[in-house]
Design a binder for this molecule. Sequence first.
Ligand code: CTP
Length: 409
Amino acid sequence: MSELDNKHIVLGLSGGVACYKAAELCRALTKQGATVQVVMTEAAAQFITPVTMQALSNRPVFVSQWDAREPNNMAHINLSREADLILVAPASADFMAKLLHGRADDLLSLMCLARPIDKVPLLLAPAMNREMWSHPATQRNMAQLRTDGAHVLGVGQGEQACGESGDGRMLEPDELMQEVVRLFQPKVLQGKHVLVSAGPTFEAIDPVRGITNLSSGKMGFALAHAAHQAGASVTLVAGPVGLATPYGVKRIDVRSALDMHAAVMSQLDHADVFIATAAVADWRPEKTALEKIKKESSGQMPAMAWTENPDILALAAQSARALNSELFCVGFAAESHDLKTHAQAKLARKKVPLIVGNIGADTFGADDNALLLVDEYSAVEWPKDSKLVLARKLVAEIAARLPTFRKSV
Ligand code: CTP
């Protein structure tokens, strides 16, 4: 699935060393299916040539408001009317100061001013030296631009082209891509805090062995990603998995079920939604051996005593916030057979309003899944699709259930 199919993006470049990242960004946007129209200021053309940007976008680049290629000679109107989004990356301090005052003495600022403000969002990716960034004038300008309806992104931190180090680096192309995709997603969870548990747990037997399970964590990571794109602030409590943290998501790494339990409980106070996708080991060895258990010559596996792990979801569902309908808990049920029966049993046993069932063997490690949504009244099948598509659907479903859930107190 391409994230930006049918989207037309005007990519504006104002002057700054970060123009070199705009080339990579242009490629990333087109790879995701967007068409990209590049518009550059004269200053930007000092840093990267229109030829490069034309080759990458596969379209002639516009620099001047006097460009005679447009039949009506109104490039600023034509380009802004076609756009689904205007993204200025890099947005220099000077360019933002200009926008703030509604000045329009070059094509890019003219186009930003002339855009239909309710239809074409403006996304600014600042890039500048750290002193320029922290200057009260820049901070004041950005605050006012936000009030005026622009989406002003943050900046990265680190070494700068001038040799100094600090805040002011433009976000990386991949981060900007994520911001663009996010901007187009409906903000159904705006202002909500979502907590997700994901992946397996690992219960140590000795320093070199343990028990775990086959969960890849992909569904939970996709849900964390989708919830963030839907406007939520997201905390992801992840068991041992080798997956990259979804952009914008706060991640807490854990290993055992006890670690996961402690991490989830520490986050419940401000969560509005808890989605438990983790495949938590039900049992752990009563004692973890401090040294590697050696193979005895008896041919028998040494007997071990086991202790049951806390049921994190069931405990969360019994927390004061959940009982007060301030926390909506969603469980997952990975089964090998009789999905509906087991999912319904789990719904009752865990006392949660929604259980999402799937067949473990079909989904472990895969990029797609098929789900069965089970609540008190119904069991609805969601056919096979990518985990991200299903995650977005599930996020929308949860968001739609929140208001009635709250009223049911
Ligand atoms: N869960 C949990 N803590 C546990 C066990 C399960 O939070 N100790 C959560 C899972 O994250 C999932 C749901 O409970 O959302 C169901 O997990 P599952 O392993 O399918 O169910 P169990 O309760 O372990 O039951 P069984 O092993 O009998 O299927």
